[in-house]
Every structure is written in structure tokens, then in C-alpha cells.
Ligand binder design. Structure first.
Ligand code: F6R
Length: 257
């Protein structure tokens, strides 16, 4: 079962995840981080940036990227990762990868990305947000639990959710390249963050619902080391909330995320 931690704010969540990353990097300076985009990981990136950790040897692999945006588009995930993570955290730009950024053709980009993750030694800690469709990465409902990085079509609801980043809803790309659920499950530690009422149903379904490809986030139940960090609103539909709070409050001295 996932460990579920309630926090009072996204900032508090960011500090907890920054603690986990700081500990990881202290033990393994060339750790591999799985990076997410969107609003959810921003407090983690801010908390990490404020610590001025030596992250120059850390490698990063983004979860996903839009297909079809012009190079350098400010909402491409390459641009977002550079702006929100690479620059403020002091990561080496050439050590941070985004699907499809190797200059090769779109066809085969997923297989090449998978190979590059494996060659880097695999992801040590994977940051995840969750979409209102229940997606993690851009694995929309119906995605295979065995899926690897590939081109996907975004759900209409995801395009509507992400329209806030674009001038017009029609500007949101239809396609993306995303790590698969199988890729995500290979990471050694999954850290799923969610804030706000709009995530409550997706979090309850992912953490406590049946394991089903209709709720891609439920794939986390198949992983042995998952930390789910939610604020009160995002955790408001969790049936076992009292148990999660008690377990976290009575964690043993050496227990971490
Ligand atoms: C982003 C990603 C998505 C987002 C999800 C939530 O790289 O893979 O799964 O985490 O759509 O987005 P936000 O955080 O903007 O609510």
C-alpha cells in the first residue's frame, strides 16, 4: 500500500520531497530524478532551489512532452523543465532529458528514450502529479500497465485542463510523448503529489480504488515504494484517511518518505 501523507500546504509538501531528494543525492550524487511538469511539482522545485544543493551531477528524465509545438515554445515541456527545474536547481542542461529531445525522428523516439533511461541506471525517484482523468504522465484511461514511452492522444478533458497555459484551448496539442505506466513502475520510488479539491476523486480512485487501466494512477498500487502527499482538499475523499494520519504520526524514527 502507498504511504499517504497529509500536509497543510503545497509548500509543506515541497519541503518533504526536498528532504527526500536531498537525502538521495547525499548518498548518490549522480542520482536520476524523474521530473514532472504542470503546477503540482512547483513547490518541490522551489523548496529544492532554496537549499542550493550540489545537483550538478544529477540526471533527470521528464515524464512527457507535447508533440507538434514549435521548437522553443514556452509551453513545451522542454522549456518548462528548463525554466522551473534546470535553471533554479542548478542542474546540468545536458543531463536533463525530455522525450523526443534527441534530435531523432518522432517514430522510435519512445524506444530511444527508454534505452537512455536504462543506460542512466533507471530512475531513483519519480515525481508525479495526477490529472483529473486519473492520468499519471500523460497515460490516459485505458493505458496498459505494461506501456513504455510512446506517442499518445490527449483526452479532451486533459486538453481543457491544460488550456490555462495556452492562449486558446485549440492551441493545446492533440498528441504527446509520454513515459508509459510500465516505465513509471520501474522507478525505485514514486512520489505522487496532489493539491486541491479538483484532485480528490482521482486520488481516492488511484490510492483506494480497484487497480484498473481505467484509472491509470491506480498503477501505483503495484509498486512497493510509493509516497502519496496530499493537502486536505485533495485527500478529502480517501476512506482510510484516519489510518494514514495515524501511521504517519507514529512512524518510526528511521522511517522516511
Ligand atoms: C506532467 C504530467 C501530468 C501532470 C498532471 C497534473 O508532466 O505528467 O500527469 O502531472 O496533468 O497536472 P497539474 O500539476 O498541472 O495539475
Amino acid at each position: 500500500m502507498a504511504e499517504v501523507v497529509f500536509v497543510d500546504s503545497a509548500e509543506h509538501a515541497g519541503e518533504l520531497v526536498a528532504d527526500a531528494i536531498a537525502e538521495l543525492v547525499a548518498a548518490k550524487p549522480d542520482a536520476v530524478l524523474g521530473l514532472a511538469t504542470g503546477s503540482t511539482p512547483l513547490s518541490t522545485y522551489r523548496a529544492l532551489a532554496a537549499r542550493h544543493l550540489p545537483l550538478g551531477s544529477v540526471r533527470g528524465f521528464a515524464l512527457d512532452e507535447y508533440v507538434g509545438l514549435p521548437p522553443g515554445h514556452p509551453q513545451s515541456y522542454r522549456a518548462v523543465i528548463t525554466r522551473e527545474a534546470v535553471v533554479p536547481l542548478g542542474l546540468a542542461p545536458s543531463f536533463v532529458r525530455v522525450p523526443g529531445d534527441d534530435g531523432g525522428p518522432l517514430e522510435g523516439a519512445g524506444e530511444r528514450y527508454e534505452r537512455d533511461i536504462v543506460e542512466a541506471g533507471g530512475v531513483d525517484l519519480q515525481l508525479l502529479g495526477i490529472g483529473s482523468t486519473g492520468h499519471i504522465g500523460f497515460n490516459e484511461p485505458g493505458s496498459s500497465f505494461a506501456s513504455l514511452t510512446r506517442v499518445k492522444t490527449l483526452a479532451a478533458r486533459t486538453r481543457a485542463d491544460n488550456a490555462r497555459f495556452f492562449d486558446s484551448p485549440d492551441d493545446v496539442p492533440v498528441h504527446c510523448l509520454t513515459q508509459g505506466l510500465g516505465t513509471i513502475l520501474r522507478a525505485r520510488h514514486l512520489v505522487l503529489l496532489a493539491f486541491g479539491e479538483s484532485k480528490a476523486a482521482a486520488i481516492a480512485a488511484a490510492v483506494e480504488g480497484p487497480v484498473t487501466s481505467s484509472v491509470p494512477g491506480s498503477a501505483i498500487q503495484l509498486h512497493a515504494h510509493v509516497s502519496v502527499i496530499v493537502d486536505e482538499a485533495a485527500g478529502s475523499q480517501l476512506a482510510n484517511a484516519d489510518y494514514y494520519r495515524a501511521a504517519w504520526a507514529s512512524r518510526l524514527p528511521w522511517e522516511r518518505l
